[in-house]
Design a protein around this ligand. Structure first.
Ligand SMILES: [Mg+2]
Length: 377
């Protein structure tokens, strides 16, 4: 089987999520938005698909690594990893992830198996946590500690057994505010009681002292973990923080370096729980290496971000992460409604908080190609 074409299609849809100046998503007025579909086409008519990823990098660089050669997908990915060294400004881990997911989707369709089964499935459902959008100033949204508590209660009623707050961050003029973050965590714990697991992902550039203050307060509230309260490029700051807290510190999430960075953090004891998602580390292939690395050290791995690639990885990890990150959620948005390019959601959750992976081949997405065709540029 040979790859004969790599096609990236850009199509339009209506979104109710707007980005603030720092890149965080919030509910807003309906607007035109674009989505990307990557298709890797073979001479046998079998295709692998993936949504998302940078079109330019895939067309200018990844395409030439894939077309015309006998299909040994990991060899192509190894080559792209090497090419990153001098092209990191263009060839990001997100570009590698899109290619990796599409190649796994292709393999699944060629072998008529879902990806988690190709990887050696351990489970076909995982617990989800409700992962909120960042705090905002929208009345009745996520504008006060009480508003977070209201939303946590709604999520509990929906079936979630765990809830993660993202705190208030710039460009809100008064943010960040460590004491207000703690107030929101306290309000949520008081509202939902002891039975719900709670986590915090606050502003990512707090000082050591602010991060330690928050961590000690979260210990009193019996939180499950805190993630990325400081710049992750300072491993020494995380060693300093982790040494002093009984609260599990979870990371690194956004630090570059794939499995090598995770290995360094484990060896240096910079966190208690490791972290990564397919879009952070370049796909399912490197994420599974991280899962096995964590297994060797007896370290838990919490998967960053939602999406079908992360869900398959969670179902194939020998040491599971405790949760699938479902979101980002907000009281004004209906996450359970699938996007218009899919006939059904990739991460349906039942009333007890379990997310079920699709038994369909490959990534298992039920794609609405008619919608895509009629909304393509
Ligand atoms: Mg995070």
């Amino acid at each position: 089987m040979k790859v004969v074409d790599v096609i990236t299609e850009v199509f339009h849809y209506k979104s109710r999520v707007v980005r603030d100046a720092d890149g965080h998503g919030h509910p807003g007025p309906e607007r035109d938005a674009a989505q990307t579909l990557l298709r890797i086409v073979t001479d046998e008519g079998i295709e692998g698909c993936c949504f998302g990823g940078p079109v330019d990098a895939i067309q200018r660089i990844a395409r030439s690594a894939l077309i015309g050669e006998a299909l040994l997908p990991r060899a192509h990915l190894k080559r792209l990893n090497v090419w990153q060294r001098l092209r990191i400004g263009v060839l990001s881990d997100k570009a590698l992830c899109a290619v990796d997911l599409a190649l796994w989707d292709l393999a699944g369709h060629a072998l008529n198996q879902p990806i988690h089964r190709l990887l050696g499935a351990y489970r076909d459902k995982v617990r989800a946590y409700a992962s909120t959008m960042c705090g905002d100033e929208l009345p009745g949204g996520l504008d006060t500690p009480e508003a977070y508590a209201d939303f946590a209660e709604q999520c509990k009623e929906r079936g979630y057994t765990a809830f993660k707050l993202h705190g208030w961050m710039p460009p809100i003029a008064w943010a960040p505010d460590a004491r207000r973050d703690v107030a929101a965590c306290r309000a949520v714990r008081q509202r939902v009681g002891d039975g719900m697991a709670l986590m915090l992902d606050p502003f990512h550039y707090y000082s050591r002292e602010e991060a330690l203050y928050i961590g000690r307060e979260l210990e009193k509230l019996d939180f499950a973990w805190m993630e990325e309260p400081m710049d992750e490029h300072s491993t020494a700051s995380y060693v300093w923080l982790t040494e002093q807290l009984a609260l599990p510190v979870c990371g690194p999430e956004t630090a570059e370096g794939k499995l090598q960075t995770r290995a360094e953090w484990i060896v240096q004891k910079a966190s208690d729980i490791s972290r990564g998602g397919v879009w952070d580390v370049g796909g399912i292939t490197p994420l599974m290496k991280i899962a096995h690395l964590c297994e060797a050290f007896g370290v838990s791995l919490e998967i960053h971000g939602n999406g079908v690639g992360n869900l398959h990885a969670l179902c194939a990890m020998p040491i599971p992460g405790a949760y699938y990150e479902r979101g980002l959620l907000h009281p004004f948005l209906d996450y359970d409604q699938p996007p218009p390019w899919l006939h059904e959601a990739v991460d349906p959750m039942d009333s007890e908080g379990w997310v079920h992976v699709s038994p369909r081949p490959g990534l298992g997405m039920n794609i609405n190609f008619d919608y895509i065709r009629s909304h393509t540029q």
